[in-house]
Ligand binder design. Structure first.
Ligand SMILES: *Cc1c(COP(=O)(O)O)cnc(C)c1O
Length: 350
């Protein structure tokens, strides 16, 4: 048996007739629009937002398609990639019946989204060097396993997952392999987007929240086969990407040079911070990072965390996460912020 979308889509979604909005029913140009119950007088703002946005965000997809090298029909845009994760569950997983595989330590939303949708989780921990346990994953797959979530570069560990291992899953698993590339812009590895033509069970998630510096706009992306994107479009709320986000995302996408410039700075700052932190007694290990954060193993994560909070510096305490005992996750800041951090840590005593 090989991958077939019809075998994994939920029956109710296959049969679903999606909501038909005013903008779906009339798509041409007209001089008077009295079809969507908007306020024709305008908005109580300088700029008007009184019209519903483009449900499919065509302009943003077109610009993204130039940057990513994939046609717009292979792109879904959502209210953050968290929306894409939720739509995956709602489209492919039957509550109370199906399951998905996650590979901890990893991003927390896969589990939360599974719980919200009443989908059981199979946890196959990463190996001690934070790579996939392929045998463990193979053993965990059963007839109700619909998706495997891989985060690469992985949050919170920072490393990239070995490409060959992900390809092994793509070639052998008859459900969806979701590769979350929220941090791909910082990585030495290339994106899996280029593999979409090769694997029809691949879904790649990316976001404008990290390298692109637009976390506040909530713009997430999923790249997948046309069939999968059509399902996303059926299930998503009609106007899931608001007009302000569409306009601002479009403007930002035309400024890719600025983003690439920042990425260079961030990577340099990351190297500097790693060097400085290595000099501290309480730092036991710093894991290799392909992202804009580092996972740091310390003698006492709680003490480091609490001390920094007292200094007004907030990092992420990952001490309670399995395989991350003693660890804190530190986002790379501006040179000034990183300096404030390291200066404060000079006075830290265990
Ligand atoms: C930050 C992050 C996201 C981003 O989610 P948005 O909803 O797009 O902001 C997705 N996946 C991972 C692994 C992340 O760390």
């Amino acid at each position: 048996m090989s991958f077939n979308i019809d075998n994994i889509i939920r029956e109710n979604i296959k049969k679903l007739k999606s909501y038909s909005s005013a903008r779906d029913e009339f798509q041409g140009e007209a001089s008077v629009y009295l079809d969507a119950n908007e306020n024709a007088f305008g908005s109580p703002l300088e700029k008007n937002y009184h019209r519903y946005p483009d449900p499919m965000a065509h302009a943003v997809k077109l610009e993204l398609s130039k940057i990513k090298g994939v046609p717009p029909r292979n792109i879904f845009l959502g209210n953050g990639s968290d929306e894409a994760i939720d739509i995956l569950f709602r489209s492919f997983c039957n509550p109370g019946i199906d399951n998905v595989i996650i590979v901890p330590p990893t991003y927390g939303m896969y589990e939360v989204s599974a719980n919200i949708n009443d989908i059981s989780l199979k946890r196959v921990n990463l190996t001690p060097d934070y790579q996939l346990d392929l045998e463990g994953i193979a053993a965990a797959i059963d007839v109700h396993t619909k998706m495997i979530f891989i985060c690469s570069p992985n949050n919170p560990t920072g490393n990239s997952i070995r490409r060959e291992d992900v390809e092994t899953l793509l070639a052998n698993f008859n459900g969806l392999v979701v590769v979350d590339e929220a941090y791909i812009n910082f990585s030495r590895q290339k994106s899996f987007i280029q593999e979409l033509t090769e694997y029809s069970n691949l879904v790649v998630l990316q976001t404008l929240s990290k390298a692109w510096g637009l976390a506040g706009l909530r713009v997430g992306m999923a790249f997948a086969s046309e069939e999968i994107i059509e399902i996303f479009n059926k299930v998503k709320p009609p106007y899931n990407m608001n007009e302000a986000s569409q306009e601002l995302a479009l403007a930002a996408l035309k400024n890719v040079d600025q983003v690439n410039e920042w990425i260079k700075h961030i990577l340099k700052e990351r190297d500097n911070l790693v060097l400085t932190l290595k000099g501290f007694d309480f730092v036991l290990d710093i894991y290799p990072s392909d992202a804009n954060f580092i996972l740091v193993k310390t003698t006492d994560a709680n003490a480091v965390y609490n001390y920094l909070v007292e200094q007004g510096i907030i990092i992420r305490n990952r001490n309670k996460v399995e395989l991350c005992e003693g660890c804190v996750r530190i986002t790379i800041g501006t040179p000034e912020e990183n300096n404030t951090l390291t200066e404060a840590l000079k006075n830290f005593r265990v």
